[in-house]
Design a protein around this ligand. Sequence first.
Ligand SMILES: Cc1cc2nc3c(=O)[nH]c(=O)nc-3n(C[C@H](O)[C@H](O)[C@H](O)COP(=O)(O)OP(=O)(O)OC[C@H]3O[C@@H](n4cnc5c(N)ncnc54)[C@H](O)[C@@H]3O)c2cc1C
Length: 430
Amino acid sequence: MAEKAEKIAVIGAGAMGLACAYELLKNHHQVDIYEKDDRIGGMSASFDFDGLTIERYYHFICRTDTPLFELLNELNISETLCWQDTKMGFFYNGKLYKWGDPIHLFTFPKLGLISKLRYALHIFYTKSVKNWESLDKQDAVSWLKKWLGEKTYQTLWDYLFQLKFYEYKGNLSAAWIGTRIKRVALSRKNLFNEELGYLKGGSETLLKALEKQIFAQNGNIYLNADIERIMIDNNQIQGVIVNGEKRFYDKVISTIPLPYIPQIAPNLSESIINKIKAIHNCGVVCVLLKLRSPLTENFWLNVNDPTMEIPGLIEYTNLYQKTESVIYVPFYMPKTHPKSKQENHLFIEEVFGYLHRINPAFSKEWVLATHVSRYEFAQPICTPNFYQQLPPMQTPIQGFLMADTSYYYPEDRSISESVKVGKALAMING
Ligand SMILES: Cc1cc2nc3c(=O)[nH]c(=O)nc-3n(C[C@H](O)[C@H](O)[C@H](O)COP(=O)(O)OP(=O)(O)OC[C@H]3O[C@@H](n4cnc5c(N)ncnc54)[C@H](O)[C@@H]3O)c2cc1C
């Protein structure tokens, strides 16, 4: 028997909210999406960067992003998916090394042969893992040290963890870092060539196609619509309060960052609220630069240099070519970190110094434009036993479902995972 058509509110018009709404509309429900921003897209939204429409944060696609490929296919935009051979670099203690393939691993002078063999073996092992349950119980640092040894861990990982997770670096799930290694390791044309993807027109192409389908099926998207509270009666969802106005629904599905949930749903049980509060996030302050000339040949540049407080930088136009060079320099940090309050121009100045250190030919005359994007919930911190930590998507309030980027676990954040979770939310009968 066909499911009864319901009137459903989806909160958040990022990739997850849009994918969820699209799925619900396919099943003939009546759907309204509420987004507090002035545009759709959330983390994948674009903006006008001095005449260039580009994403607030970099996005690359991997060969394993199957849920995304299925959606592109359904939306008839598969032909916008492009693949590019990309290079990786490693800026280690003041020197730029080539990285990311067996030749450059074995010619890297800072590690011995045994360490390199252990590193390669670890990647081969991680690529083969299918069940992450046992790694969910282990912490990432101990797991990496066990496989790689102390020196290799210090050379390749410690600085990255320190500059992304700070006080949380010793409490990360091995499963989470494992899926991250696996995703990138499987995105290769062969052993020697990394191949990453992008959408022609950027993530905006996907967002626009979803929006078009949502409108075609009579869904609504309300922008500048900040959901203040959900309404509940007798443990049953009644609707939402948006900009002071009550709107009534059979079901409400939230895709906004979990830390906002206690605010909009204070009546959730204490045990769920406590679980939510125990999940922390890293924020990001992401400096964007438009330059006259490329800085390096790399798309991804890992950094381990005691004079630089960044784990890496992304030269986006070495993946998706544009007339000028566009670089993203993310400063990740929990919101408790004092630097997160620092003004934008100080981050930009700091980055100028780093670019000069990486390529001494760089000067401020290269800079055509700068911008800083900030997001408080850029990366959930997935601790050991994170499966147990996550509250259920179907909350104890009848008709109120929730998920956010933590629910990708053990996978790392990606638009593809948002598509998968968005679809899963739409399928739950509750
Ligand atoms: C620096 C960075 C780099 C990344 N790199 C990649 C990459 O290379 N490849 C990749 O695939 N992914 C990448 N990602 C991840 C990807 O962008 C996210 O996984 C995905 O966009 C998350 O979508 P979402 O809809 O789940 O969440 P969000 O994009 O966070 O959407 C949530 C939405 O809810 C809205 N909202 C919040 N509160 C309310 C409220 N009260 N009422 C109404 N609306 C509300 C927000 O405004 C937002 O639009 C990156 C992310 C960042 C930050």
